[in-house]
Design a protein around this ligand. Structure first.
Ligand code: CTP
Length: 426
């Protein structure tokens, strides 16, 4: 054979020892069983780019189930999961990481909606089913061949030139989420679309392929967008390729606002730590300028109850805050508190950017830094000691005291007790 790029060194430098050990064991076991084993997909791409990678994906020329069964004998502490029907298996490493094994295969469908029949096949056929050339390289790890790059579609050259290229003209039709994947990789790596791929992508967009794709799968891609470092760049690409409002129905594309939203100030970032669902923080930015339209997003995608509730609370909370905070009248602290207390942290930054008056911003900051942390010093126990009967009244009293403390009417614990005596005990 001719020159084969060997990536053994790259493997050794970029994969942690536990991973390397696994790779070696897999390679030896495969070799003993007369199979060939490869690392495939994102990991090969990222190794060549010198980037750290999380997942190890293996493809076996042979039977992945048999290989994993044999591996289980050598690595008894690991958990094994097999899917007979698809000839795939996973193992869970001690650190909780999941490693997937697939049998290289061709899928053919007997009739629509049938499960794929699985047939053993070559690594080349496995790679041919993939999305882009840069994701269609394999790295052999069979004992004696470890680190040999198998690159039948020119992925390495495309990686060096910074090109996203499909393997064949039906790629986007087979899987329209690849439209979104393409834009995500373009943004992440700052690559370009190869000319033919670009026209195939535009055709796929204009023939409405994304509309036919399951919302759940598109939602998966949305979550991945918001896990990217430069999300703003990806949003620009979505807009440029005409899929922005397909993905985010009825959202306004406001480049200036989006740029500010996604480059939030360092100063503000401490509040962002309170965010529970980071990707929703992103969606809120997209819709911040026409927040009520976020209901279209809610209806389109299969959100969890918590996700849905967060969006509803943010819409409501920001709406109410925008009515109160800019008001020219003298607003009491407890009004600010009452209005903002149900706004989830996912909406903090959007609200801040939407407030254009200095006074309103000051009021919001006061809430963020001070008002929301004010609490009565007395507790239910103190109320009991004063001779009150536990019940709904306790909450009412404590809320009232909280409001008076926020407004600065009550200060010390003795003021609070005095207030209870005068108003609730007679
Ligand atoms: N793949 C594909 N078509 C898809 C999704 C995935 O062909 N719609 C293939 C690609 O070869 C990809 C591999 O499956 O490399 C693994 O997919 P995934 O883990 O989603 O992507 P990665 O390439 O690992 O990308 P990332 O770095 O974003 O995880």
């Amino acid at each position: 054979g001719g020159f084969a790029l060997n990536l053994k060194k790259l493997l050794e430098e970029n994969i942690p020892p536990e991973g390397l050990e696994l790779i070696n064991t897999v390679g030896k076991t495969a070799s003993l069983l007369g199979m060939r084993a490869f690392l495939v997909g994102g990991i090969v791409r990222d190794l060549l780019l010198g980037q750290k990678q999380k997942d190890l994906d293996f493809v076996v020329e042979g039977d992945a189930l048999l290989l994993v069964k044999e591996l289980g004998k050598n690595l008894p502490t690991l958990k094994l999961i097999s899917h007979e029907r698809f000839k795939t298996a996973s193992i869970i490493l001690k650190n909780g990481q999941k490693v997937d094994f697939a049998t290289s295969r061709v899928e053919f469908y007997q009739y629509p909606a049938a499960l794929p029949e699985v047939e053993a096949s070559t690594i080349k056929e496995d790679l041919y089913r993939r999305d882009f050339t840069i994701n269609s390289m394999a790295l052999e790890i069979t004992f004696g061949h470890i680190g040999e790059l198998y690159d039948p579609f020119g992925g390495f050259a495309d990686l060096q030139e910074g090109i996203i290229r499909v393997l064949h003209n039906l790629s986007f039709i087979e899987d329209p989420t690849r439209i979104l994947r393409a834009l995500r990789f373009l943004g992440r790596f700052n690559f370009k679309l190869e000319d033919n791929t670009e026209s195939l992508l535009l055709d796929a967009v204009s023939s409405g392929l994304l509309e036919l794709t399951s919302p759940g799968r598109i939602l998966q891609e949305i979550k991945l967008f918001f896990a990217e470092k430069d999300i703003f760049k990806i949003l620009k690409l979505l807009n440029h390729y005409g899929v922005y409002t397909e993905v985010f129905p009825k959202a306004h594309y406001e480049e200036e606002f989006l740029s500010r939203y996604f480059t939030f100030s360092f100063e503000f970032s401490r509040y962002l730590k309170e965010i529970k669902i980071p990707w929703l923080f992103g969606v809120i930015g997209i819709y911040a300028k026409n927040l009520t339209e976020i209901s279209k997003f809610r209806k389109k995608y299969p959100l969890t109850r918590e996700e849905e509730e967060t969006l509803i609370k943010v819409t409501k909370g920001i709406g109410e805050a925008l009515k109160l905070l800019p008001s020219p009248r003298d607003i009491k602290g407890h009004e600010i508190y009452e209005t903002l207390k149900n706004l989830p942290p996912e909406g903090f930054w959007a609200l801040y950017l939407l407030l254009d008056r200095y006074r309103a911003k000051v009021r919001f900051r006061q809430y963020l830094e001070e008002l929301r942390f004010i609490k009565p010093k007395i507790t239910g126990e103190d109320l009991k000691a004063l001779g009150l009967k536990p019940g709904p009244l306790f909450r009412e009293i404590l809320n009232k005291i909280k409001a008076l403390k926020i407004d600065g009417v009550l200060k010390e614990q003795k003021d609070e007790i005095l207030y209870v005596r005068q108003n609730y005990l007679s």
